[in-house]
Design a protein around this ligand. Structure first.
Ligand code: TUI
Length: 309
């Protein structure tokens, strides 16, 4: 049985987090993963304080297990949602796309475990100094907005640089990836793309089908020239953006305009013409839609077998 400081300190059955995917990670998915023994996470990204409170309360009716909230620090609502998590008694927060330093004191005072996502060693060290309880080292294989370093290179370097536990993310979708993460020194894993295919995940069926049908070469990174590179499923839309970026026919300002709201169009409407279907480079390994519980049990059975070799 795989057990680490992460599952022990959070009271999980398995040391696995579900990524706080914007527009995707709602009460249904978070409760599904938490009920399966992992840490389900609600994404606060697109919610204001009251919308997040409603989603948290809904999740409490769907599971009596621990679940977390991901706060996207670029959100215009970051300030208000940072209060709501305290008021609602949330025990774990993950953060992305910025430095959670200014909220740290209030969260720690409320006894919340704060686990920032970091794309580099420098940021991991800064987060440790600021009081983070652990960090999620996220490689460029991840879906959505990404850093430059790969999971294979980033995780061991972060493990060597900090004393707090490290959770590996990016390019993990089965027991082999989980076992590999532990070999790199991680104490846990975070998966996003695999959970897009969970039965409990409420995304448009068009999105699920794109992920399940994807092969190894079907993810594409767009928007490097805006300073916010983003990994998506290769579609006519994302390929058009990539070529406009490469040949200069779409300016960075036009790019931002075209992609504004495009994630919502993918998740809710399955809009292939104007939607950004964020996914990781591992989408080619996600083969079927199934309950989160079946995914987690199968992955940990496989990881345990590999690690005991
Ligand atoms: O946050 C992510 N991935 C995301 S967020 C997202 S939603 C979105 N939609 C439209 C525009 C912007 C976002 C889709 N995918 N991953 C975690 C992550 N955090 N990756 C990189 C970082 C990061 C970057 C800079 C963390 C900290 C940081 O700090 C800079 C600083 O202020 O020191």
């Amino acid at each position: 049985m795989i057990s680490t400081v992460i599952d022990q300190s959070l009271g999980l059955e398995f040391p696995i987090f579900q990524g706080g995917m914007a527009w995707v990670a709602d009460a249904s998915l978070a409760a599904g993963v938490s009920n399966a023994g992992g840490l389900g996470i609600i994404a606060a990204m697109n919610s204001n304080g009251e919308q997040l409170r409603e989603e948290i309360r809904k999740c409490k009716t769907m599971t009596d297990k621990i679940f977390g909230v991901n706060i996207m620090l670029m959100s215009p609502f970051a300030e208000e949602v940072s209060d709501v998590v305290v008021e609602e008694g949330i025990k774990v927060i993950t953060t992305g796309a910025g430095n959670p330093g200014k909220y740290m004191a209030a969260w720690k005072e409320a006894g919340i475990k704060v686990i920032p996502v970091v794309p580099s060693v420098a940021l991991a060290k800064r987060m440790e100094r600021a009081g983070a309880d652990a960090v999620i080292a996220e490689g460029t294989e991840s879906g959505g907005h990404i850093g430059e370093n790969t999971t294979m290179c980033l995780v061991p370097q972060v493990v060597d640089a900090v004393e707090i536990p490290v959770i590996a993310a990016g390019g993990i979708a089965d027991g082999r990836g989980i076992a590999a993460s532990f070999m790199l020194g991680a104490e846990g894993v975070q998966l996003g793309t695999r959970f897009l295919a969970a039965e409990e995940c409420q995304i448009n069926p068009v999105y699920k089908e794109l992920v399940v049908k994807a092969k190894d070469t079907d993810s594409i990174v767009t928007g490097r020239y805006t300073g916010h590179p983003c990994r998506n499923v290769k579609t006519k839309f994302s390929k058009k953006l990539a070529s406009g970026e490469a040949n200069g026919t779409i300016t960075p300002e036009e790019f931002e305009e075209i992609t504004l709201g495009s994630l919502r169009k993918a998740v809710q409407d399955g809009n292939l013409e104007e939607g950004s279907f964020l996914c990781g480079a591992i989408a080619g390994m996600v083969k079927k839609v199934e309950p989160a519980k079946d995914m987690i049990e199968e992955m940990f059975t496989e990881a345990e077998k590999l690690l005991s070799k």
